[in-house]
Design a protein around this ligand. Sequence first.
Ligand SMILES: [Zn+2]
Length: 473
Amino acid sequence: MRNNKVAVVGIDGVSWEVLNRFIDNGVMPFLKNLLSSSAKGVLESVIPPWTPPAWTSIATGVNPGKHGIFSFYIVTKTAKEYHVRFATIFDVMYPRLHEIVDFYGLKSIIINLPLTYPANFTTARNAIIVSDWIGPKLTIYPRRFEKYKDYFDVNRKLEENKTELFLNGVLELAKYDYDLLFVIISETDWLMHEEGREILSGNITSRASRLMKLIDSFIREIYETAEYLLIVSDHGFSLNSNAIDLKSILEKSNMKCRRLGEAGVAFKVIGNRTLHIPGCFIKILRHPKVRHYAKRLFKRINIGKKTTRAFHSLKYEDCEVLLPDPGYIYTAPTLKKKVINILKECSALNVYTPNELYYGPYIKRAPDLIVWPKLGYGLDSSITHSLKGITLIAGKDLDVDKHVMKLRTWDVAPLILSLLGLPIPHDTDGNVKSLCKRLGVQLHGKRDYVSYWKVIKKIKTASIGKRNIRHAL
Ligand SMILES: [Zn+2]
């Protein structure tokens, strides 16, 4: 079992269309070489293809209805209003790969996986965890690895020297013994948001080339530390000639509609309890002059009283339709049917109720409606995340043929567990039987991890005392 070291490199938001441009331009020589000796394919993302639900599905092997993460946000509805807050590690309801392999005493190194803040909250005792960019600040578990902090303190934007430092940090950590290394490079997603138009139109900027070159040599070096290498992306990007503006469609039908970015107040996500801020205060806190102090106040309240997770509330009368992330729609309770009718008239949109896409105990967290544009259309912008990510698998004894793999996000975790020689989750949504057969990877049965993990998580939540939470902050 100990000889099957698996390294997973996530390159956020990269499709084959993009990758091939860099490969064809000679920017990624290692990857070009690797293509001839690896199995590759398209990874079909979740709908809508946003980073937190996609990576959580990749890392758990189940759909959002089972792991509970649908978006960057958790929205709940009361009789009069919506409550919105950021999703956090406490909302992930299914064990992720590092927590599963931990049951067998296997060692993992997890870097920048969404929703791993605060890192010390994990149930995985054999893991080294560097928390992700979505969290309010960087945390590393166990504490003795905090000496590597300087490598990972990225600024949530593209800065070449920081990317190089980040990748060097991963290589430093990879010197420690591991069975599973899972790193996500977010910079590729940020690059596509900034320069996707040029790249998808065939103009590769020198900055983009330098970034992909760095990643290419990083992949070569990390592969030297493992027996198996997986390259995965959670979604792609597409450039479309048309864009659908959901807000203006709804406003044309006289609906009061708000995107979350317009709601103003900065959320502060800390700890595991909730602090409700009444709507009237939110208005005051949003004032530019007060905002700076409000942010400090949030921090103080949170640290001092172990209360946390700032809520933002929005009354139905002010916001009949709430659009937290593009593609997710919450409506005032009486208006759902009306909104469905308006949106169904738009022939370029696919309109779903959540249970048409997902199922599981946490489907209640899903929005009222999920929409995604048809091929050739963007949502809110002509450049949008697309449903097509990538997968590539390489390893010494794999049977690699020319057949193109088609994987869904939740197929990835059971595939990795099989490579590690471990049983897959008993209720996984992944179906890797035929793929494993083709690759020559043996399956090792199924096991219920989730029940046991939930008990450990409860104990962990109860025992993570005030001191520890403060430390995490
Ligand atoms: Zn992403």
